[in-house]
Write a protein that binds this ligand. Structure first.
Ligand code: TRP
Length: 458
């Protein structure tokens, strides 16, 4: 029964296809604009270290958990929890995930639209249409934002319509290698430009005095966001995975690919910022902090590109924003696939209808955000910074104490023949049952000030 369901729902064609799709979901705007500046404004190498710790000690175990729940049940996040427990409360974990996915996608589409509009901005600038270029550069321009959101959502829906192997797998198999190629070429170019050396040093030099509770909280949130964890995206992707595949091994590849690309993005962006500074571009705000996220990507870097010769500017300017758009597209695909698979499985609706309906619904929220971009920060905070670790905590709890590690092992041993004699078998349960959930809980309570409150009581 499970087998027939899985074939009719779709399956990955190959292991590489799955890994690229999952890595494509992970690698996105989070890696290329959020990560490098978080590193810069949080003590360079110190943040990098804590971030790596969060990815490997919390992210990787949760990723294995999501993938095994998905492959075991062959279901979307809501259906998966229904299948594994008769308690009606647990599917709420899946609902929370679907809701987080819908809300994250609603603002992600707008930001992705900016990256795509900057492809045109660069071309227009270098072909002398500077007034038009200024229009495409205006992130507050509601109508322009709305048009690009429609374009981006259209592209996402059209890939999802193709289904799992013909749509998602084929698109990411092409997009991911191109992305890595463009990234490497740009790092090679920027590395030898004036100012690059300071950027490398700022990026890699650890300042341990910067380690603090807020730093750890943002590193954890960044790890969840970047690895696409905590909302069931990997439960969904796991549900298309063949029983032949080794889940911990695949999860390790995805984690390494994501961390690796974030690291590479840092090697590009940090030197690029100081290169821009050497060209006279302002890269610090009034408080003396390095400009971050939106300002960095949509002000500093374009200013840098504009100072290049026409040929170099066109190649690197359009190349960079094309790269960002592609990274964003492989991520919006995974965000849309979660609510789509939910509607397909639970309401028996055809893929085409489901994807169009859900994509259209989310687009309405994106259009509202297009005209009021201040909404992005609050939605991001509630549904990613808090929402994803919360989802991750609930997934750990469910796997460790409801479904139970022994049952997960039964799923994991398919495709992983050495499981029973492995170190993984000894360590993973400790992380899933104790280390990851406690670390997440502590951080969440710390963030809402509860820990300080309790300390003050004594
Ligand atoms: N990981 C993506 C990024 O870094 C964003 C993303 C895609 C995501 N799918 C997700 C985040 C699912 C959380 C959950 O840009």
């Amino acid at each position: 029964m499970a087998e027939t369901t899985s074939t009719s729902r779709g399956n990955w064609n190959s292991k590489l296809g799955f890994i690229l799709a999952a890595a494509g979901s992970a690698v996105g705007l989070g890696n290329i604009w959020r990560f490098p500046t978080e590193v810069a404004s949080n003590g360079g190498g110190a943040f990098l270290l804590i971030y790596l710790l969060c990815c490997f000690a919390i992210g990787f175990p949760v990723m294995v958990a999501e993938l095994s729940i998905g492959r075991k049940t062959n279901r979307n996040p809501v259906g998966a929890f229904k299948a594994l427990s008769s308690n009606k409360l647990y599917p709420l974990i899946g609902f929370w995930g679907v809701l987080c996915g819908v809300m994250i996608l609603s603002f992600y589409t707008v930001v992705a639209g900016w990256t795509f509009s900057y492809v045109f901005e660069e071309i227009l600038f270098f072909t002398g249409f500077t007034e038009w270029a200024t229009l495409f550069a205006d992130v507050t321009h509601g109508v322009k934002n709305a048009i690009f959101s429609v374009l981006f959502m259209g592209a996402t829906v059209s890939i999802i319509l193709g289904g799992v192997s013909d749509g998602i797998e084929r698109a990411t198999k092409f997009l991911m290698p191109v992305l890595i190629g463009i990234l490497l070429i740009m790092i090679g170019y920027v590395a030898f430009q004036p100012g690059a050396g300071i950027g490398f040093a700022e990026y890699l030099k650890p300042d341990f005095s910067m380690i603090s509770a807020p730093l750890i909280f943002s590193a954890m949130g960044q790890a969840f966001f970047s690895l696409s964890l905590g909302m069931g995206a990997l439960i969904t992707y796991g549900s298309y995975l063949s029983k032949k595949e080794n889940i911990p091994e695949a999860a390790a590849y995805v984690t390494l690919a994501d961390v690796g690309i974030a690291f590479l993005a840092g090697l590009l962006i940090m030197p690029a910022m100081y290169m821009a500074e050497s060209f006279g571009v302002d890269i610090f705000n009034d408080a003396g902090e390095l400009l971050a996220s939106t300002d960095l990507i949509f002000q500093v870097l374009p200013a840098l590109f504009h100072s290049l010769s026409t040929t170099a500017g066109i190649i690197f300017g359009t190349g960079f924003f094309l790269l960002l758009s592609m990274a964003a597209l492989t991520s919006t695909i995974s965000l849309l696939e979660v609510p789509t698979s939910y509607v397909i499985d639970e309401f028996n609706i055809q893929r085409k209808k489901a994807a169009t309906m859900i994509g259209g619904g989310i687009l309405i929220i994106s259009l509202i955000i297009s005209f009021d971009i201040a909404l992005i920060d609050s939605i991001d905070f509630i549904f990613s910074t808090v929402g994803l670790p919360l989802g991750g905590f609930l997934i750990c709890y469910f796997l460790g104490y409801v479904w139970k590690v022994e049952n997960a092992f039964e799923e994991l041993e398919q495709g992983y023949h050495g499981l029973h004699t492995s170190l993984f078998k000894t360590i993973w349960p400790i992380f899933i049952k104790y280390i990851a959930p406690l670390a997440i809980l502590y951080n969440l309570l710390e963030a809402i000030g509860l820990i300080t409150y309790i300390q003050e009581l004594f």
